[in-house]
Design a protein around this ligand. Sequence first.
Ligand code: NAI
Ligand code: 15L
Length: 265
Amino acid sequence: MMKRLLITGAAGGLGKICREGMKGYADVIRLSDIAPMDPAGPNEEVVQCDLSDRAAVIELTKDVDGIIHLGGISIEAAFDDLLQANLAGTYNLYEGARQNGVKRVMFASSNHAIGFHKRTERLDETARLRPDSLYGVTKCYGEAVASYYYDKFDVETVSVRIGSCFEKPRDRRMLSTWMSPRDFISLMKAIFDAPMTGNLVMYGVSDNKSTWWSNEHAKFLGWHPQDNTEQFRDEIEAAFPEEDRHDPAVIYQGGMYAARGHFED
Ligand code: NAI
Ligand code: 15L
């Protein structure tokens, strides 16, 4: 069993799911966020920390065996904000991992790293990076940092290009991109159970009938998603009008992220 697992972004949506779902997975779970969190329960440590503060992050990653890195800005935003939270934040995290000998990181990448691919394409890990937003660009950067820290320093990473991880799909697009919280947690466990991962890029998506992404190359993880969106299809199709296939938000996998103009204009 792992001694200490660090979860960044622990006050966020996925962070809360992880706090609950990973209970008992390690002797100690260290929870961190810039925002306040509920007080530590049994076998938990709570450390409030800004990922852009390098010295604090080096301290945060001490005596840690694995990291689930969820912290950062999770939507499109101004470059200067992304610069601190996602670019400096991810660099600091990997520096901490290297300096403190952390073996493996799960990096929460996003489908917005490849969001300018069309929905008619089926992608695997070899797909060309086609970010659909400044936010998506920061996820490409995170994947590149992970690659560098593996090749040069042996810090393993699984970069998971998460689709849409919420309780239920929220629109027609999410019938293809949805990942259930249950599948998210089983993937986190599979990532840290695996004897080795190297530097792996994969998609965080449930077993949806209409998926655009293939995880054939990641089968060695032994992860089998249990859920799919067919149970929600009738409800979603009744609630949202039929899509216009000429609409860029429908043409591209990133949806509105691809269709919107530049955030800073
Ligand atoms: P969220 O926005 O609910 O949580 C992110 C957390 O990071 C927040 O609690 C926030 O306070 C924290 N944070 C932001 N800046 C920080 C900083 N400078 N220092 C420390 N903590 C900071 O987002 P959510 O949905 O929980 O996503 C978690 C991760 O997964 C994010 O990296 C996001 O980009 C990624 N992701 C999530 C998807 C989803 O469907 N929920 C889809 C694709 C990627
Ligand atoms: C993401 O990367 C975001 O963090 C999340 O809020 C959703 O927008 C998701 O992608 C999505 O594409 O549905």
